[in-house]
Design a protein around this ligand. Structure first.
Ligand code: NAG
Ligand code: NAG
Length: 543
């Protein structure tokens, strides 16, 4: 039994990561969420299955926030372009919309964290600096709380954020109570430095409940069970000063002027545009993540489905659309369809990368795909088994790709297992090599033992040559400069010197079990020795 238990993790980590075109992976043979464990790092990260690969894909980092039933420790996560772990953190809990953004010339990692009820959230927006410290926490004003869907930093140092507020509404036109309740869809633009609100807009001033495509489902009768009739899920601002928002339940993109008035609507019940693509540029439904670009082009993630049983399209699409505002026409320039024809009934994102490619996150399904701008698939990766996509046990609200330089202030990690020493450094993006160093005492001079290239998240050294009593690892950058040293490992004890108590090694455990067994046998012997004669005595007494 012990042998089998010990062999299992060894087998799992011996499997290659990433997987390439693994049929077993997508058949679910490794479970819904195949993951990798590390020796020098406590959390496990997803193994990815690479179904398509191209050198034309952006070499940058991938930003995800895996969560769901199969994800024990949700939180923000960075992978490299091949799907190896770079950074993950559990202390924030569930995160949404995790990505790098620029504020006043500095790069930050931004995300939402708080409590969510599955479709919207109440929380705050976090900005981590390049050493992963919380540099700022941003909240909406007017006593409102930040919703999970959007936190977009503009080039002017302002932030756009989505907000949900429960307000009374007459729902008699949709078969609900006259004195009913709705979730209103709001957004604010805030000055990040001062926290001052510069702009606020609310859907209920412009959109009627009767225009909603969302089923009422007996909701709206009480304040605790308000009906989400609009569902704002993205906010963007153009260089023209207009705001662009996506409403999932109206199936519309709305342009709002700086005066707060609606300029135009694309999609939904009364689109202001003639669709020159026979519907393909404006028949999107239940969509997410709209972004507006120069020359009136935009991208949308068109889910095409409300839930598992209620869908309008056969599969979800990323859309690239051209508007002509003089003639009020819309044309589809390209669409992005998953090779697996994923129909993601919630979440999802489309991002244009610096190299011109389009990067699509499939939201409810644990997958992302990089396309040529024209729509050709370049790289296609799963971070959960496609056999389970329908269940949404692993999802990432959005997925992004981009550049990030992380310089953690914590030191690299080192740990021994059997005859190997393992090293890793959560969040460090500039490590190219690891050098193992040894010394005969902790105060002694460390000398280099061997150097290995950093491959993936964790690297290892073989201890077969018995290099020395005290060991540490140096992380080197591309010029061979030391970026940081790990704590010192007492290689005989398998523990960090002055470190926190670490779990015992397998050898220690075997010895401990032997001791416990000896102790148990001794105790049993003593009991028998003492109790049995007395029982005999009592029996004698009865006679
Ligand atoms: C990040 O923030 C922490 C805490 O405020 C600070 O100590 C650190 O110097 C900052 N790092 C950078 C690169 O600004
Ligand atoms: C949208 O329009 C395109 C082009 O006419 C069509 O192929 C597609 O089926 C339509 N989708 C839906 C969901 O109506």
């Amino acid at each position: 039994m012990r042998l089998i238990l010990a062999a299992l993790p060894a087998f799992a980590s011996a499997l290659p990561s990433p997987d390439f075109n693994s049929l077993w992976y997508d058949q679910g043979l490794f479970g819904a969420y195949p993951s990798r464990d590390y020796v020098s790092f406590d959390l496990s990260s997803p193994r990815v299955n690479i179904l398509s690969w191209s050198t034309q894909c952006d070499p940058g980092h991938i930003f995800l926030e895996p969560r769901g039933r199969s994800v024990a420790k949700p939180g923000p996560m960075i992978l490299d372009a091949e799907g190896n772990l770079v950074y993950m953190e559990e202390k924030f809990g569930e995160a949404m919309d995790f990505r790098p953004q620029t504020y006043k010339g500095e790069d930050y990692l931004t995300f939402w964290s708080g409590t969510d009820d599955g479709t919207h959230g109440r929380g705050s927006y976090y900005m981590l600096n390049s050493s992963y410290h919380v540099a700022r926490v941003v909240n909406p004003t007017n006593g409102l709380e930040g919703d999970l869907h959007e936190f977009e930093i503009t080039p002017n140092g302002t932030a756009l954020m989505s907000i949900y507020e429960i307000i009374p509404a007459d729902l008699s036109s949709v078969g609900g109570p006259k004195e009913g309740w709705i979730y209103d869809g709001l957004f604010q633009e805030l000055d990040i430095e001062t926290g001052e609100a510069l702009f606020e807009w609310r859907a209920s001033s412009f959109y009627n409940v009767s225009d909603s495509f969302a089923p009422l489902k007996k909701k709206g009768k009480s304040k605790d069970d308000a009906w989400d009739y609009f569902h704002i899920n993205s906010v963007d601002k153009g260089s023209d000063g207009n705001y662009y928002i996506s409403s999932r339940y109206m199936h519309t993109i709305t342009c709002i002027g700086p005066d707060g008035q609606v300029r135009w609507k694309l999609g939904g019940h009364d689109s202001d545009f003639t669709d020159l693509s026979h519907g393909a540029a404006s028949n999107f439904s239940w969509q997410h993540h709209m972004r507006y670009f120069e020359k009136d082009t935009l991208t949308i993630f068109d889910n095409g489905a409300y839930d598992k049983n209620f869908y309008t399209a056969d599969y979800s699409r990323g859309l690239y659309i051209q508007l002509d505002l003089a003639n009020m026409t819309a044309t589809l320039l390209a669409d992005y369809v998953s090779p697996a024809h994923i129909l993601a009934h919630s979440q999802g994102s489309v991002q244009f990368l610096d190299n011109g490619n389009a990067f699509v996150g499939w939201g409810h399904s644990a997958a992302f795909t990089e396309f040529k701008r024209s729509g050709e698939v370049l790289c296609d990766m799963h971070f959960g088994s496609s056999a389970f996509f329908g269940w949404g046990w692993i999802k990432s609200y959005r997925a992004f790709k981009g550049n990030w330089v992380g310089r953690p202030t914590w030191s690299p990690s080192i740990a021994r297992r059997k005859s190997k020493v393992y090293v890793s450094w959560n969040g460090a993006t500039e490590v190219k090599k690891w050098t193992l160093q040894a010394a005969s005492d902790t105060d002694g001079n460390f000398t280099d033992v061997s150097t290995v290239d950093k491959v993936g998240f964790e690297s290892s050294f073989n201890l077969a040559g018995k290099p020395g009593h005290f060991l540490r690892a140096a992380a080197l950058d591309k010029n061979g400069e030391v970026l940081g040293y790990s704590q010192v490992l007492d290689s005989r004890m398998g523990q960090l010197v002055d470190g926190p108590f670490s779990p015992m090694t397998d050898d220690d455990l075997v010895f401990l079990q032997f001791l416990l067994g000896l102790l148990a046998c001794g105790t049993l012997g003593l009991i028998v020795w003492n109790v049995y004669p007395s029982l005999r005595l009592r029996r004698f007494k009865r006679f």
